[in-house]
Design a binder for this molecule. Sequence first.
Ligand SMILES: NC(=O)c1ccc[n+]([C@@H]2O[C@H](COP(=O)([O-])OP(=O)(O)OC[C@H]3O[C@@H](n4cnc5c(N)ncnc54)[C@H](OP(=O)(O)O)[C@@H]3O)[C@@H](O)[C@H]2O)c1
Length: 268
Amino acid sequence: MKIRGSTILLTGAGGGIGSAIARQLARQGASVVLANRDVESLQALVAELQVHGGRVLALPVDLADPQGPARLVSEAIDRTGGIDILINCAGLQNFGFLADESPEATAALLQVNTVAPMLLTRALLPHLLAAGQGQIVNVGSIFGSIGFPCFASYSASKFAIRGFSEALRRELADTGIRVTYVAPRFTRTPFNSGVVTRMAEALKMNQDDPEAVATSVVAAIERDGTDQYLGWPEKLFVRINAVLPRLVDPSLIKQVALMRPFATERNR
Ligand SMILES: NC(=O)c1ccc[n+]([C@@H]2O[C@H](COP(=O)([O-])OP(=O)(O)OC[C@H]3O[C@@H](n4cnc5c(N)ncnc54)[C@H](OP(=O)(O)O)[C@@H]3O)[C@@H](O)[C@H]2O)c1
C-alpha cells in the first residue's frame, strides 16, 4: 500500500523496532498512531515525528488486557477518522527452560504476541472491508519458523502468528486487504536482555540494527509483500527447517549445552 497519505496504527511504537518503523513512516508522509503501554515516554518521539507534516498521535494500550485491542482500535478510528494499515509490532520474549517459566509469564507472552494481534485485526477488519482496502502487517520472528530451544513459548507465539497471517491472507484474497508477515532475526534492541545478548554472541548469531528491520517492514508494505524472512543464511534455514526438520534437530540440540549456562544464569 502507498504509505504517503495513509493512516497507520502501530503497536510497540516505543520499542526499538517500533520507533524505527514510526520514524520511517512519518518521514514518508504517513499519519501515525503510536500505541504503547506508557505514552508519556513517547512525547519526545511524537514531537520529533510531527515535523514531517503527517498527523502523529500517541494512544495508551495494555495488550495483556483482553479488552485492550478493541478499545485501542475504536479510539484510533474515533481520533483519526479511519485506519488504513495496522502494524502489529508489540512483543514480549521469554528466554530460558520451559520448566523454569511461570505459567503467568507464558500466558502474558501468548496474550501480547498472539492473541492481541488477532483481536486488533478482528476489531479493524469491518472498517477495512467497508473501505475495500487496507493492510495488516504482523511482525513475527525467524523463531516463528524454527522452533528454538530455550525460546519454546516465544517460538510458539510466533509460529501461531505466522499461521494466522497465512490463513487470513488466503481468507481475504478476494478483498482489497493485504496481509504481510515480516520475520526479523536477532535485532539490537532492549527486547534482548544482557544475558540473551551474551548468549547470542556465544552462539555467533547474526545481528541487525532496528533501522534495517524497519526498512524491510516499510518496503514490504509498499510492495504488498506476503512473507518476508530477514537475513542470510536465516532465510535459507527457514526453508530447510520447513522441508527437513529432522535434519536441523542435531545442530539445534547441540546448541542447548551452549545455552544452558545463560538460561540458568537468567533464572538465578
Ligand atoms: N529484537 C529482536 O531480536 C527481535 C527479533 C525478531 C523479532 N522481534 C519482534 O519484533 C517486535 C518488536 O521487538 P523490539 O525488538 O522492538 O522489542 P522492544 O524494544 O522490547 O519493544 C517491545 C514493544 O512492545 C511493547 N509491549 C510489550 N508488552 C506490551 C503490552 N502488554 N501492552 C502494550 N505494549 C506492549 C513495548 O511497550 P512498553 O515499552 O510500554 O512495554 C514496546 O513498545 C516484537 O514483536 C518481537 O517479537 C524482535
